[in-house]
Write a protein that binds this ligand. Structure first.
Ligand code: PLP
Length: 366
């Protein structure tokens, strides 16, 4: 892969060291062009409903390819919180009576579960250790009354990557469902779909799409079990041919969970997913992880260390620094864009970064 030619496709990295994909990914030139074209078409009255709906369908099948699942399991939704709610709100409160979730999960994958306490479900919150939910603690909390375990594949604050195979196996053995927020993982790491029941992914970070487009993946054989929380004209198989009146006939596929599309977001995302698939996730993972590891190796030069060892590390590296906000500002003055999450300074590496970015952030930290 010619990474330096690829880097030139991202104008934003020519003038800064951008290490903040965990907050917001950058679009390659063709993705920004597609969105501009769509805005231009709109402004000039060339609105093409079927073309824009087609972008959503392209994104659905590309996302299925990206995760190695069936398009029949993929729903198109605006945000992760809405994806989580569609499952959380439908958990029956009578049969299995508890939900297991990490105490300090990102709130889009926490509040929709916590609010189920009001329906009588018991919430078992598992403490975090070193930036992630303790795997043994999660497994110990699962019993024969556990309906579901919810977790992030990669924690957004710390970059902690959980062992989903082991967690998923424990869920299977006890008959609990597994819900994974893979917003900080898909596009970089493969997900073990054989042990995952539900997967939510926000696409404006590692998938390089505009804000407003997210996916809910439901294991296809589970899709017809529950009604959508936000049903509408896109929830039926007749969605492009017939828009009015009863009967209530939800698609048996996960598209029953679709809501209306924010077209500009989906036009951009359809393009960015094809761009990523062309490069290939294996190459992207190797690149991102290699840069993150190089950064970790060089941290001792500036008297710092990563939060945890390589087995749970990811493309996101968070650090304990004396004053994270002040450090972030100091980096910003040197055109290095990082973030602060909780007590940590967070940097994250994606395919448009290179070794010069590692040099720049190490120099700025010293
Ligand atoms: C782990 C994780 N999930 C989800 C989101 C986005 O949530 P939502 O789409 O509900 O705004 C983020 C954004 O930072 C995130 O880090």
């Amino acid at each position: 892969m010619d990474w330096s030619a690829l880097r030139k496709r991202f104008p934003a990295v020519a003038t800064q060291t951008y290490l903040n994909t965990a907050s917001y990914g950058l679009p390659p030139d063709t993705v920004a062009d597609c969105v501009r074209q769509a805005v231009d078409d709109w402004a000039n009255g060339r609105v093409d409903f079927y073309h824009w709906e087609g972008a959503g369908e392209r994104a659905r099948s590309s996302f299925a390819r990206l995760i190695g699942g069936s398009p029949d399991g993929v729903a198109l939704v605006p945000t992760v919180a809405m994806a989580v709610a569609q499952i959380a709100e439908r958990i029956p409160a009578q049969t299995r009576t508890n939900i297991v979730v990490g105490h300090s999960e990102f709130r889009s994958n926490l509040y929709p579960w916590l609010v189920q306490e009001r329906r009588g479900l018991e919430l078992r919150l598992v403490e975090f250790r070193d930036g992630g939910p303790d795997l043994d603690g999660l497994i110990a909390a699962i019993d024969e009354n556990t309906a579901l375990v919810a977790v992030s594949a990669v924690q957004s604050a710390s970059g902690y990557r959980i062992d989903l195979e082991t967690l998923g196996q424990a869920c299977r053995e006890r008959g609990a469902r597994l819900f994974v927020d893979a917003t900080q993982a898909v596009g970089v790491f493969d997900q073990p779909l054989e042990v995952i029941d539900y997967l939510a992914v926000g696409a404006y970070k590692w998938l390089l799409g505009p804000r407003g487009a997210s996916f809910l993946y439901v294991r296809p054989e589970l899709a017809a079990d529950i009604d959508p929380v936000f049903p509408g004209w896109r929830s039926t198989e007749k969605r492009f041919t017939d828009f009015y009146g009863p009967p209530l006939e939800f698609s048996p596929r996960a598209l029953r969970f679709d809501t209306g599309l924010a077209y500009f977001a989906w036009v951009g995302l359809a393009e960015s997913l094809e761009f990523l698939l062309e490069i290939g996730i294996d190459q992207i993972r190797q690149r991102d992880v290699q840069l993150a590891e190089l950064f970790c190796q060089r941290l001792p030069q500036v008297g710092l260390e990563p939060l945890f060892g390589p087995t749970t590390r990811s493309q996101i590296v968070s650090l304990k620094v004396p004053n994270a906000d002040e450090t972030k500002e100091r980096l910003r003055e040197r055109k290095v864009v990082a973030a602060v999450r909780g007590p940590y300074l967070r940097v994250s590496f994606h395919l448009y970064n290179d070794e010069s970015d590692v040099d720049a952030v190490i120099a700025a930290l010293s």
